[in-house]
Design a protein around this ligand. Sequence first.
Ligand code: PEP
Ligand code: MN
Length: 273
Amino acid sequence: MKKPYELVSLKDGGSKTKIKVGNIKIGGQKFVVMAGPCSIEDRAQVRAIAKFVKDAGATVLRGGAFKPRTSPYSFQGLGISGLKHIREAADEFGLLVVSEIMDARFLDSFLQYVDIIQVGARNMQNFDLLKELGRIQKPVLLKRGFGNTVEELLCAAEYLLSGGNSEVILCERGIKTFETGTRSTLDISAIPILKSKTHLPVIVDPSHAAGRRDIVPALSRAALAAGADGLLLEVHHRPTTALCDGEQALLPKQLKTLVKDLDAMARVMNRSL
Ligand code: PEP
Ligand code: MN
C-alpha cells in the first residue's frame, strides 16, 4: 500500500521544493514576508496598506475578499471587487497577491487576479475544493486546520500534488488548546517536524495564532529561528476601525521594525529576506 502522503514526503537525499512566483522564490535560503489586512475593505484601504507593506520590505500582499466569518452577521468580504482592488494595489507597488478561496465556483477570478491561492484553516479538509485546486497550475498556500494534526495537513497537501499541482506552500497558524491567553496556540514544533517530513516550503501565520499584536513579533522571530520559510502577517494602518481582526494587526512601524529584525536574524542563519 502507498504511504498516505507519498508525493509530499521528503525522500532520503531528496531536494526541497522551491516555488517560483513572479520574481520571487519561496523555499530554500530565502525567507518570504507576506503581509496585509485581514480583509480588503475598500480600494483606498488596500492601497494605503500595500504602500507601507512595500516600504517595510515585504514582497507579497495578503488580503481576504471572501472571508470565513464565525457569525453570518460579520463582514463577509467584498468578493470579486475585492480581488480587483488588491490586484490593482499590488501592481502599483510591485507586490504579489495572496488571497483566500472558499468556493471553487470563483476559481476563474482567482486565476485572473491572484498569484497565490490561499486555502484557509476551515477548508483544509474540504477535499472537493482541494481536488479542484489540484487541477490548476498556480501556487496554493494551504493552512493547517486548527483542529488538525501535522499528518492530516500532509494528507491534505497530497490531494493537491496527486491532482497534478506541485506548487504548494504549507502554513502553520496555531491550533486550539486549553490556553486562553492567545486565540490559538502556535505549534512551533510543527515547523521542524514538517521540514523533516516534507520537501514543501513551510510558512507561519503568527497573527491568527496570537490574536493579539503585542506578541506577533516574538512569534515571528521564533518561526524564523525554528526554520520556517516565511511569514503571513496581518497589518493595518487603522486597526481600531478594521472590519476584521484589528486586535492582531501590526501597525506600519511595527512591521518595519520586525522586517529589519528578521533580516538581521536571517543573515546570522545564512539566509536572507
Ligand atoms: C486568514 O488568513 O485570513 C484566515 C482566515 O486565517 P485562518 O484560515 O488561518 O483562520
Ligand atoms: Mn484575519
